[in-house]
Design a protein around this ligand. Structure first.
Ligand code: ARG
Length: 450
């Protein structure tokens, strides 16, 4: 493609080192859509005849079919997807193919293709996040009233319900979708027409190209347009945060599925056995998901590092944006799909949850609140209940069976009325708190929204 200036062929090792066709081939539908829009603008500008445009369009459609069917032969001699397609077109239709690259550079071409690819990926991932939310919502509804302990520091804190716990993840994933949509809005701007870095002396209708490709507008600075990879970094950050939410969910499920907790049964289809220990049923999907968050963070770090010291404008370092991007999209796609499937099939052991939630210490805060309602300042109430807890622990008596009036006369016989889980939950009526009524209202809200 640049033989004019050179008297030696590119060394084999340089070709191996610089090729991106082994991974950027997947940009092909976007590359072809971009080329057709570009050719149409050339036609309008009088640079192509109707016949030439038709030849280019038909040739590109054929190439698309060949790639889709696996018949296309990629060559590392042509480095990347852009040159592979252009070379194939010229081979197919002759000299007309060689006109296509007028007023275009691979720099604005790859920026356009990557933005289009990202846009499709965001739309696909948005749907997959929604599917996972739906699976969580389905389980939240089934176990809306199942009481279990809520934890801080992994120590039993206060009673919540499984529904409330699972809906926490639905909230996180909603913010993730919002972040993806926000990134989509910023990336959906067309860089084509920016050329290598300074536009072109041949002016094509950039707005028309952008419209044809479904962009919301055109970039306003050619140098920025071809060297900008903010959208890749932004997406990799948004993906990383999805990864961190999935990883936290995985950790909860791993704990719940352990014999120590015993709250959760994952289906046989979504667990694995041990080749040595016959009794094992391992939550590998959760562990892999927790582990893969590391890849997602690594890919974000890779792109941030690759772009940090680059002078304007295009530098070949930018080719390093694609593998992390593709890897994160692939990783997240499968993670979301398998988790949605696994969660839809999981069963909660309600008896084990209730047993754990029946620990009266979970209602120690409610007991302090009871004292507050009798007019005792919270700090004093906290201390009095602390004494009662110490007495219970030291005497080996459950807190709800202790004679509280012996601990302090501020407690009356009526105080033990707090030790009722249903009453305790029902009292938590503030927005966002886990009363059954609130949880049901949230479930209804999500059902409408999702
Ligand atoms: N394969 C290249 C990339 O992904 C395309 C742009 C090449 N541009 C250049 N000036 N060498 O970045």
């Amino acid at each position: 493609m640049w033989k004019g200036r050179f008297s030696q062929a590119t060394a084999d090792l340089v070709q191996q080192y610089g090729q991106s066709i082994s991974y950027d081939w997947r940009l092909y539908p976007h590359d072809i859509a971009g080329s057709i829009a570009h050719a149409r603008a050339q036609l309008k500008a009088g640079l192509l005849t109707d016949r030439e445009f038709a030849q280019i369009e038909t040739g590109l459609f054929e190439i698309k079919e060949e790639i889709a069917s696996g018949a296309f032969e990629f060559s590392i001699e042509y480095e990347d997807i852009h040159m592979n397609i252009e070379a194939a077109l010229t081979k197919k239709i002759g000299a007309t193919g060689a006109k296509l690259h007028t007023a275009r550079s691979r720099n604005d071409q790859v920026a356009t293709d990557t933005r289009l690819y990202c846009r499709t990926a965001v739309d696909d991932l948005d749907g997959l996040v929604r599917d996972l939310q739906r699976a969580l919502l389905d389980r939240a509804q089934k176990y809306a009233t199942t009481v279990l302990p809520g934890y801080t520091h992994l120590q039993r804190g206060q009673p919540v319900t499984v529904g409330h716990h699972l809906l926490a993840y639905v909230e996180m994933l909603e913010r993730d979708k919002d972040r993806l949509q926000d990134a989509r809005r910023r990336l959906n701007i067309c860089p084509l027409g920016s050329g290598a870095l300074a536009g072109s002396t041949i002016n094509l209708d950039r707005e028309a190209i952008a419209r044809e490709l479904g962009f919301d507008g055109v970039t306003q600075n050619s140098m920025d347009a071809i060297s900008d990879r903010d959208y890749v970094a932004e997406l990799l950050f948004a993906f990383s945060l999805v990864g961190s939410h999935l990883s936290r969910l995985s950790e909860d499920l791993i704990l719940w599925a352990s014999s120590e907790f015993g709250f959760l049964n994952l289906s046989d289809a979504h667990t694995t056995g041990s080749s040595l220990m016959p009794q094992k049923k391992n939550p590998d999907v959760c562990e892999l998901t927790r582990g893969k968050s590391g890849r997602l963070y690594g890919n974000l770090t890779a792109i941030l590092t690759a772009i940090k010291g680059l002078p304007l404008t295009y530098n070949r370092d930018l080719q390093e944006d694609k593998e992390p991007l593709f890897d994160s999209i692939d990783t997240l796609t499968l993670a979301l799909r398998v988790n949605a499937e696994m969660i839809a099939a999981m069963e909660i052991n309600e008896m084990a949850c209730l047993k754990a939630a029946s620990d009266p210490l979970l209602l120690a805060t409610d007991l302090a609140d009871w004292l507050v309602k009798q007019g005792i300042p919270f700090r004093s109430a906290h201390e009095l209940v602390g004494k009662a807890v110490a007495a219970a622990v030291n005497s080996g008596t459950p807190l709800d069976q202790l004679d509280l009036t012996e601990v302090d006369p501020a407690f009356t016989a009526n105080a033990s009325s707090v030790f009722d889980l249903q009453t305790a939950l029902a009292a938590r009526t503030n927005s966002g708190a886990p009363s059954i009524e609130n949880v049901r209202a949230q479930i209804t809200r999500w059902q409408k929204q999702l």
